[in-house]
Design a protein around this ligand. Structure first.
Ligand code: NAP
Ligand code: MG
Length: 403
């Protein structure tokens, strides 16, 4: 059978530990036999990031801007223990953080659902995608321990020296010790976030929900609400009408209640902290972290696909001892299919898109037929199948692809 041809290369970002092992197995078993794969390869393995003083990460992000689509393997974000383990020159920053900053992107997390493996929330029938604003709020706050009675003020000094723009507010008159915090955000970052969300909703033809606490936070959260409204009215309303999808704004507490009662099948845009908390709740409720994909979308449509989980270190140490592990490759497979599909759409290659769909279907059917890794075997309703190794699972998918 002739291999499927590509036009533009995918940016391929290799990674670490168990996911690096799976990365190669997925390519060898499920992609290279069928596709004349074109990639521009960047090795983001920790050793190579260290050797290149992390320049490789920046280069991979620049290449993503150039080509428009990337697929990324999970990578180690080094802590003190990793600095020792890998004899690093320094504690390099999170590659995902670096890439996100360069692409100015928004992260969308969506579960892969399989019949028979049910979410904890019984009403959820379709995937629920969380979009998290990845800038500012408490993640860039300034905090104080207040030692004694006194006055806390917040002041703004305009750079242009215009006295009319100067602002000062008394935050609180302390009668004794306490704590304080100040946060900020930027119109530019919020409108980029809004645009990425509306664009992703259009691309995936799903409704978009957005929630804040604007009844209490009458300037801060209100600004988020107004920017979303403005971007929607000016840039996306017509497109949404054409696709028959809706934009829905509600208060965060109302959103939480509605999400639990919903069937899923929409995108929920969240402020930074809400997204941090809610994405862990949603991924846990859907069953396994290994069934959650993550897509970074820049305002210009540049897209990077990856698994939401990490490098599965515990399994890797067992692998190094010669053990066959039952690590779930689904999220990494879906990162590849997502990227190939997007490349196919951009380059007008229906055969490549169809291949990606077929590989997703074969993977889902393999699980449905009772062949799955350990993390999923425990979630099956009724009689539980015996878990298989990653290698056996990938081989079973391959067999289906060739049938
Ligand atoms: P992790 O790699 O996601 O693994 C945590 C646990 O979740 C595993 O021990 C395993 O549980 C389960 N798990 C995760 N993925 C699985 C899969 N595909 N199949 C089966 N089980 C899976 O998180 P971590 O151990 O906290 O972090 C390890 C490294 O990953 C760290 O160095 C961190 O910096 C990095 N990390 C990278 C990214 C990224 O690149 N996007 C994201 C998060 C973390 P059991 O052991 O119970 O089987
Ligand atoms: Mg978190």
């Amino acid at each position: 059978m002739a291999k499927i041809q590509m036009k533009t290369p995918l940016v391929e970002m290799d990674g670490d530990e168990m996911t690096r092992i799976l990365w190669k197995q997925i390519k060898d078993t499920l992609i290279l036999p069928f596709v004349d794969l074109k990639t521009e390869y960047y090795d983001l393995g920790l050793k190579h990031r260290d050797e290149t003083d992390d320049k490789i990460t920046v280069e991979s992000a620049e290449a993503t801007k150039k080509y428009g689509v990337a697929v990324k393997c999970a990578t180690i974000t080094p802590n003190a223990q990793r600095v020792e383990e890998y004899s690093l020159k320094k504690q390099w920053k999170s590659p995902n953080g670096t890439i996100r900053a360069i692409l100015d992107g928004t992260v969308f997390r969506a579960p892969i659902m399989v019949k028979g493996v049910s979410p904890t929330v019984r009403t959820w029938k379709k995937p629920l995608t969380i979009a998290r604003h990845a800038y500012g709020d408490i993640y860039k706050d300034v905090e104080m321990n207040i030692p004694c009675a006194g006055t806390l003020k917040m002041t703004f000094e305009p750079s242009d020296g215009d006295a009319a723009k100067r602002q000062e507010e008394v935050v609180f008159e302390y009668k004794g010790p306490g704590v304080a915090m100040a946060m900020h955000n930027l119109e530019k970052s919020i409108s980029s976030f809004a645009r990425a969300c509306f664009k992703y909703a259009l691309d995936t033809k799903q409704d978009l929900w957005f929630s804040t606490k604007d009844t209490i936070s009458k300037k801060y959260d209100q600004t988020f609400k107004l920017i979303f409204e403005d971007v929607f009215e000016k840039e996306f309303k017509a497109g949404f009408e054409k696709e028959g999808i809706t934009y829905f704004y509600t208060l965060i507490d109302d959103a939480v209640a509605r999400v639990i009662r919903s069937e899923g099948g929409f995108i929920w845009a969240c402020k930074n902290y809400d997204g941090d908390v809610m994405s862990d709740m949603v991924s846990t409720a859907f069953g396994s972290l290994a069934m959650m994909t993550s897509v970074l979308v820049a305002p210009d449509g540049t897209t990077e696909f990856e698994a939401a989980h990490g490098t599965v270190t515990k399994h890797y140490y067992r692998y190094l001892k010669g053990e066959q592990t039952s690590t779930n490759p689904m999220a990494t497979i879906f990162a590849w299919t997502g990227a190939l599909k997007k490349r196919g759409q951009l380059d007008k290659l229906p055969a490549l898109e169809a291949f990606a769909d077929r590989l997703e279907q074969a993977s889902l059917d393999t699980i449905r037929s009772g062949i799955m890794t350990g993390d999923l075997a425990g979630l099956v309703e009724g009689e539980r199948p015996a878990p298989v190794t990653s290698e056996a699972f990938l081989k079973a998918i391959r067999t289906r692809m060739e049938a």
